[in-house]
Design a protein around this ligand. Structure first.
Ligand SMILES: *Cc1c(COP(=O)(O)O)cnc(C)c1O
Length: 361
């Protein structure tokens, strides 16, 4: 099937590209899962076959992040946006406050939801420059109930390179760069990531939490919003989103089989370096993010002469490139280089940029 179809170079920001072999295995499981002659979509989540999926997915997520005892991995519905509310529900005391770093739209939404639950201090922001950098050297507030950061800012193409190390719990929205680079995750107390950027299809969110930080607010929490309830239920308090969890497992297996985070870190660096080098070399383009904050996952760039956009658009479309139109807040272009995107696709984009230069420089 894929042999005869024309290859599309998929730079979509989310839902994003998944490995071809994962898509194939996932589609097979829709028809016949585990040789049961039943679809994954029509068996009980309490069947031993699905319980095995859940167990492996929870264990593998922790393994890939390098986290062990003391942490629990659960897969929840509601998207990463649901975590904007669950995090303060579970961690913010009514007399305390939470410290947030504002690095763009997603961080801003997290702040807004936390403010509905308790006190919030925005301890650093890059709003002054339209979020084209990640703030540094801000004071860590040691008396906050927790601090919240966003490791990769999907819309602006900025990425946190160094992470705060703090006595207070550090919470990280890792939706768009989870499993993409070597990070010491032990410095985090709670990590969450919507699946659809770098892990699987939309519909589930991975939450990895250090259990010891839970249960300290004194607040009554609705069962579905309570991490402890989901942990106790082994991520099956209610019917979990079985298909997105299964596909996320397939992607994690693919990653592990190929060499894990070490391997993908190298590969992602190669891809990003190739594209940024061309953006810097080619006088018709410029990058929007400050250089030392550039994201390895979402590369944002503009044309020096926006009037040439229709010409450039025509050229990349002809090269079977898809999904590089920029977010409306930044404009121009955004090439998302998620784990499953091959280096070859980046080379195709770079070749188009060189070709464009020949024609219009
Ligand atoms: C996409 C994204 C979100 C929102 O995810 P949903 O699953 O759509 O709620 C949150 N944070 C970041 C960093 C994102 O990239």
């Amino acid at each position: 099937m894929t042999d005869v179809k024309k290859k599309v170079h998929n730079f979509s920001a989310g839902p994003g590209i998944l490995p071809q072999e994962v898509l194939k295995q996932a589609s097979e499981a829709c028809i016949d899962f585990d040789n049961l002659n039943l679809s994954l979509l029509e068996i009980s989540h309490r069947s031993k076959n699905f319980e095995a999926v859940m167990q492996e997915a929870r264990a593998l997520a922790k393994e890939l992040l390098g986290l062990g005892d003391g942490y629990q991995a659960i897969f929840l519905g509601g998207g990463a946006s649901m975590q904007f509310c669950m995090v303060p529900m579970n961690l913010l005391r009514s007399e305390g406050y939470a410290a947030y770093v504002n690095t763009g739209v997603w961080a801003g939404k997290a702040i807004k939801e936390a403010q509905m639950i308790g006190n919030v201090k925005v301890i650093a922001s890059s709003e002054d420059k339209k979020f084209n950098y990640v703030p540094r050297n801000y004071p860590i507030h040691g008396d906050a109930d927790y601090m919240h950061i966003t490791s990769n800012n999907t819309i602006y193409g900025t990425q946190m390179k160094n992470f705060p190390i703090s006595r207070i719990p550090v919470v990280c929205d890792m939706s768009s760069d989870i499993f993409s680079r070597k990070i010491d995750c032990k410095n985090f107390d709670l990590i969450y990531a919507g699946a659809q950027k770098n892990m699987g299809p939309a519909g589930c969110t991975l939450v990895v939490v250090k259990e010891s930080i839970l249960g300290k607010t004194g607040r009554k929490i609705s069962s579905m919003l309570d991490y402890k309830v989901h942990i106790k239920g082994e991520s099956m308090y209610n019917t979990p989103p079985v298909f997105p969890i299964y596909v996320s497992l397939l992607t994690m297996r693919w990653l592990k089989k190929n060499g894990g985070i070490e391997w993908i870190d190298k590969k992602n660096n190669q891809k990003a370096n190739l594209l940024y080098a061309e953006i810097d070399r080619n006088n018709l383009f410029f990058g929007t993010a400050e250089k030392d904050c550039r994201s390895m996952m979402n590369v944002t760039f503009l044309l020096n002469n926006p009037e040439l956009e229709p010409e450039f658009d025509k050229m990349w479309k002809e090269a079977s490139i898809s999904g590089i139109r920029g977010h409306r807040d930044v404009g121009g272009y955004r090439a998302s280089l998620y784990n499953a995107l091959p280096l070859e696709s980046v080379q195709v984009l770079v070749d188009v940029m060189k070709e464009f230069e020949k024609k219009f420089a």
